[in-house]
Design a protein around this ligand. Sequence first.
Ligand SMILES: Cc1ncc(COP(=O)(O)O)c(C=O)c1O
Length: 390
Amino acid sequence: MLHKATRLEKIPPYLFMELRNKINKARAAGIDVISLAIGDPVEPTPKPIIDELCRAAQDPENHRYPTDEEKGMALLRKEVCRWYASRYNAELDPEGECLILIGSKEGCHHFALGMINPGDLVLVTDPGYPGYKPSIWFAGGEPYPVPMAAENNFLPDLRKIPSEIARKAKAFYLNYPNNPTGAVATRPFLKELVEFAKEYDIAVAYDNPYVDIVFDGAEPLSLMSIPGAKDVAVEFNSFSKPFNMTGWRLGMALGNRTIIAAMSQVKSNTDSGVFNAIQYAGIRALRECEPHLEKMLQIYARRRKRVVDTLNACGWKNYRAPKGTFYLWVPTLGGKSSAEFVAELLEKAQVVVAPGSAYGKFGEGYFRISLTVPDDRLDAAMERIRNAFA
Ligand SMILES: Cc1ncc(COP(=O)(O)O)c(C=O)c1O
């Protein structure tokens, strides 16, 4: 009889796998379910990026192990740092302060293996992206939830973290624009975060794959634009969301040299980097596809308004239109638990949303709507919600 490693015992089933199973089961029963649960853009990757992949894939040079496999192609690192300087006003050295990743998720995981020792306490925002805790557990660390409350615009109140906890903490995972709440960070908050991390010697994993998905004049804000951030932090970014490239698996880490070196050491003993042709496609994205991003922002803003209008028509209160990301974070009606409400919505409207409780105990009583569905499906979902709840 074979047994899985005990380290897997702590890991809950991956949220989206469970949701996918639920949706597939309903669809197999002939129900036309509309899923607003998953954040995966449906519009295609821009053509110049696909063209570049096809071109580079024809070149036998690119069929070999990736160039500079432990840190990513120099040309792409240079382009990423140019993008960071011009778009976020953050100066980074392509040699030593930049690492190419197989997506931001990989970065979050290899950060844990590179920086966390067994028994270390690791701060994570709650609610938070469900990927962080398993990575911490894999490294033998212990997550410590830092609450994010609506009253504080879903920013953690760093002064409320007990000092004995802060002293013990080795690292801190957080992301703004925030999945799941749609909240954005402010410069004063990021400055406070850097000061806090310096005071307690905490390595910050600032996960920023939604940096460019902001509305209502909010600034695309990189932690790397804050003075002193490089002393304590690394930022993860990704091609997934801005360029509709979730399936391509391409991202980057930027910032503190010690963290970058640690992650690079883990990576060179784990994977061999990203297919060169995908890295060339990434260069093309950064050079030519900013207009695509602007177009996507208009699409998400339009969909966001559609959802907000529907929720308002149904009498929903105590929620805010998100300033960032393509998610809406909404309290359930009638004080129901997240699971109860998600089940009710599926039953009454055949619409699936993500239960807030899956993002941590402070997510209980909320649910998350994603705007990454075709317009006609979103319209149909809103119509059904209106019919069921207005
Ligand atoms: C906060 C956050 N981090 C990381 C990821 C994973 O991004 P990537 O596709 O770059 O691995 C996601 C995806 O939804 C996310 O929401």
